[in-house]
Design a protein around this ligand. Structure first.
Ligand SMILES: Cc1cc2nc3c(=O)[nH]c(=O)nc-3n(C[C@H](O)[C@H](O)[C@H](O)COP(=O)(O)O)c2cc1C
Length: 350
């Protein structure tokens, strides 16, 4: 009797082991797609997002794109991950005049400066019920996601969904654009986002998708890098006479070097007024420079002569390297912070 029980036990263990091995092989396979990019598959993420069941939920690429740069990246993701596609449309489409960022009274300037702006959605509604993973794409407008993205994440129920943000920009990094969106959709699981240039090709997108599954969730402490390293995730923070201001930093080697400089200890720049339009002061070190002829506007932060930081509350034309732009403040607010004989600029990594 004892012997036959042991045989039964061994047999049961063998059956269990074989079943487990088969299951794990199946889930490994389901993590991939036809093209071989693993990325995040809905099934691979189901555990994290709290979903259950063996049925893999599909992924969808949801994007807003006014001049088609983000659309191009969205289409690469669709192809590489075999996702569905949905374009966010505004009920009142954005005209060329609406997106004129040189006009402080254009529709986008007004919307991006208005915390309450929620432009109405147009087009057909999206049924999200079958999707576990949403790749969410947008252009950077004034360092942030367009306000219609907020309308989207607040209109749809994203609870339990994994959201993977991506964006395109002229030069700004993804900055706080995705973390701010995540705050408006607290029930979704936001992954670390990625910024692409308009000229990014399919292989760049493919390389990123391979890192997505490894990257963490976007939160206050982890907003910038797809690598998810703690240092990369730290934000370069600026204070003007002790007042913290929000900055959309450029994604370039000068800003990387600046971050490196303040990594060990914060730096203080004693800037003085010049020309009735700027504050300029020595950084105390030389940064890599790629000067181009630039006409600056209020809020611009640039590198001058490789070793000086300039903050504008007016405009000037000169050869500079862009470092970033103060966001979330009106021209008048920026002027009240900068239009004085001198300003103490403090930079730290937080
Ligand atoms: C209103 C507006 C504001 C913009 N602000 C920024 C910015 O702060 N930083 C940046 O690098 N690019 C900025 N851009 C450029 C766009 O982010 C960039 O061209 C993007 O790729 C456009 O994407 P789309 O073609 O999908 O609309 C801005 C463009 C517009 C129209």
């Amino acid at each position: 009797m004892k012997k036959s029980l042991s045989v039964l036990l061994i047999l049961a263990t063998l059956v269990l082991f074989t079943a487990c091995a088969a299951t794990s092989a199946a889930s490994e396979k389901s993590g991939g797609s036809a093209s071989g990019v693993s990325g995040v598959s809905a099934s691979a993420d189901a555990g994290e997002s709290g979903e259950s069941g063996a049925q893999a939920a599909k992924s969808v690429v949801v994007y807003f794109s006014r001049t088609n740069n983000t659309e191009k990246i969205a289409e690469f993701i669709v192809e590489l991950t075999d996702s569905d596609e949905y374009e966010i449309q505004a009920k009142v489409p954005y005209t060329d005049a609406d997106i004129n960022y040189n006009d402080s009274n254009s529709r986008t300037s007004r919307e991006q400066n208005d915390p309450a702006a929620r432009p109405e959605l147009g087009g057909e509604a999206l049924d999200l019920s079958g999707y576990g993973v949403i790749y969410l794409g947008y252009p950077i407008w004034w360092g942030q996601a367009p306000k219609i993205l907020y309308t989207f994440v607040e209109t749809y129920d994203l609870s339990g969904k994994t959201v993977i943000p991506f964006c395109t920009s002229a030069s700004s990094g993804i900055g706080t654009s995705a973390t701010n969106l995540a705050k408006s959709a607290p029930s979704a699981q936001f992954k670390v986002g990625k910024r692409f240039s308009a000229s990014a090709d399919k292989s760049e997108v493919e390389a990123w998708l391979k890192t997505v599954a490894l990257s963490g969730v976007n939160d206050e402490n982890n907003s910038g890098s797809t690598q998810g390293g703690k240092e990369n995730a730290m934000q370069l923070t600026m204070k003007l006479d002790g007042t913290k201001v929000s900055v959309a930093w450029e994604d370039n080697e000068s800003v990387t070097a600046l971050k490196e400089l303040v990594k060990t200890s914060p730096i203080t720049i004693n800037a003085s007024a010049y020309g009735g339009f700027e504050q300029v002061g020595p950084i105390g070190a030389s940064l890599p420079r790629n000067d181009v002829q630039t006409t600056t506007s209020s809020g611009d932060i640039v590198l001058y002569s490789g070793n000086q930081m300039v903050l504008f509350y007016g405009s000037n034309s000169w050869a500079y390297t862009r470092l970033g732009k103060i966001t979330g403040l009106s021209g008048a607010e920026i002027k009240s912070l900068l239009n004085k004989s001198g300003v103490t600029i403090t930079l730290s990594l937080e």
